[in-house]
Ligand binder design. Sequence first.
Ligand SMILES: Cc1ncc(COP(=O)(O)O)c(C=O)c1O
Length: 394
Amino acid sequence: MSINFDEHYNRRNTNSLKWDQFKDRIRAKYNVVDSDDILPMWVADMDFAIPTVITDAIKNRLDHPIFGYSYVSDSCKEAIQRWFEKHHNWTIDTKTILFHQGVVPAIATIVETFTKPGDKICISTPVYPAFFNIPQALKREVIACDLVLNHNAYEYDFNALEEAFKTGVKVYILCSPHNPGGVAWSKEDLEHLVQLCIKYDVLLLSDEIHADIVFNGYKHIPTLTVKDADKAKIVTCIAPTKTFNIAGIHAAFMVVPDDQLRLKLNQNLQAHGLGELNLLAAAAVEAAYEKGEEWLNNMIQYISNNMDYVVDELNKVEGISVTKPNASYLIWIDYRETGLSEDDMMQRLLVKGRLAIEPGTKYGEAGRGFLRINVACPLETVKDGVARFKKALS
Ligand SMILES: Cc1ncc(COP(=O)(O)O)c(C=O)c1O
């Protein structure tokens, strides 16, 4: 397999959210119109070519000229099973898998199935925006309980979380590993969460989309594998889309060992005509989990080097503090010491630096004073991004 993560691909004018659509966003939000030379390092997809084994599988399916109704094959489910067994020491019973178009729509389905408008959904902020946007759009009440920063790493304040649960929370949405903080939660943290969910009869939605991108010395622990997980109400959401850079394929799945929960979720999926993958997505998913390992290992190594570069360089900038995350290809940048407001920082980055990265409050108020940068791109682009960042602050 030839893997060259240094290669540049021109993604402009490909209907890319990252490279094309960001222009509309920064025009609307920051009134920046002249944006052709702005470098986007924001939304979480990679500028790397996907594993050729996936492209080959899609091409192979395209060779058959009929695209009638299809279902996800047993061999695809078994490929998922083998991957999680091998990589995460987790045995997934294939009958507990429910497919969906994405983790975000899966979150919506879970919230809709197990709660009603006005019910409380708890999250730990800062966190991936869909965790509050989706429940709010569905008219649920979002209870945001802040994570605590300890030496640049987020930690749980379990006392605060328990106080929140006491108010009658129905669902807690966990981000594991954590986006944007990049924390691979410890077994103790996950066990603590599971115990709290059991005690307060809270359904635990565990979003593990970033599970496969974890750096040396850290480990992703699937929530469903920790002590007493079988006594809790847990739905885990996973996708190969971050792992293999195939977000545009739209494929995800939920693992739901509890028969009652699975039955209800499945009924809701069926009610909306959901629950299958399109046939090209199914081919991609199977190939990814069956043959994508070598690509992934190389990719993680490449990104780890990118991270080291960014962390070294940005820590030289006055007022900036950065720590290498345990997981994901996203770096959370602390700029609170610069004293700049978020608006000032974004104007500097966009107008002076010509760099588009994410403002921290996108992840909730707890993200104020932070930025998120995506380093899943060739090292040359990363270096360019760092130079632009420095220029913005010079
Ligand atoms: C924690 C988390 N969940 C879900 C998603 C998106 O999932 P999907 O594209 O499958 O809807 C992302 C994308 O960045 C994410 O970070």
